[in-house]
Design a protein around this ligand. Structure first.
Ligand code: 13P
Length: 252
């Protein structure tokens, strides 16, 4: 099953709101398409409670993870800790982490390695900025990010990896990539995975689109065969909108 719709709540919601929304989503899971996995990335302080509670098949992801292993790193939470809390995935390399918290390609690669070694799933985020899109270098930017993130990663290890393409110029801006732009980049990413690993890994790896995805455009974006779902920011904060987006991502 390749299709995934993930909600990245970013730094939003109180614990009570988070509990309530997971309960509402959990209750609605029976009416969600059976070929789509639903993932939610709540703020870190809520991860342990939400992953340990009743969640009816909803995957729980951390929005980030330490590049270090356990030790004297004040304030960090490690991949091992997330696994011990029952967390399923971590987002790695989100553009907000890269831009606002100095996460270089090198740090992103370390985080990918930590997650894989701990048995934590990875949602590897990549995306170009507006200047790169405007000067036509988007594919080389994405390729460089993927080359670095997957350095030393084996084909077997790719079983726990999801890729999310999130053009920075489309995040939180209301300006989404066109279905054609998303289709083109997703196909590029899939052929890169085929070259770097093999056709089978490329076929099995979920490639999600993120950036101003909402109920009104999800259907069109998800129609491309290389778009396997979405990583949804703003629209995932509204449970009804999020459910509509999940329902858009069905091959049934
Ligand atoms: P928006 O859907 O709010 O544009 O955010 C996308 C995103 O960054 C998801 O990780």
């Amino acid at each position: 099953m390749r299709n995934i719709v993930a909600g990245n709540w970013k730094s939003n919601k109180s614990i009570n709101e988070a509990r309530e929304r997971i309960a509402v989503m959990g209750a609605a899971m029976g009416s969600m398409p059976k070929d789509v996995r639903v993932m939610i990335a709540p703020p870190a302080p809520y991860l342990s409670e939400l992953s340990g509670g009743e969640r009816n098949g909803i995957l729980i992801a951390a929005q980030q993870v330490s590049a270090f292993s356990d030790g004297a790193y004040t304030g960090e939470f490690t991949a091992n800790m997330l696994v011990s809390c029952g967390v399923d995935f971590a987002l790695v390399g989100h553009s907000e982490r890269r831009a606002d918290f100095g996460e270089s390609d090198e740090i992103v690669a370390k985080k990918v390695r930590r997650c894989i070694d701990a048995g934590l799933g990875v949602v590897l985020c990549c995306g170009e900025n507006l200047a790169s899109r405007d000067n036509g270098s988007q594919e080389s930017v994405i390729k460089a990010q993927l080359v670095s993130a997957f350095e030393g990663v084996s084909s077997e290890e790719m079983a726990g990896v999801v890729v999310a393409y999130e053009p920075i110029w489309a995040i939180g801006t209301g300006r989404t990539a066109s279905a054609a732009q998303a289709a083109e980049m997703h196909s590029f990413i899939r052929s890169y995975l085929a070259d770097r690993f093999d056709e089978d890994i490329a076929f099995r790896t979920s490639i999600l689109y993120g950036g101003s995805c909402k109920p009104s455009n999800a259907d069109e974006i998800f129609r491309s065969p290389d778009v396997d779902g979405g990583l949804i920011g703003g629209a995932s904060l509204d449970t009804s909108d999020f459910q509509l987006i999940i329902k858009s991502d069905s091959s049934l």
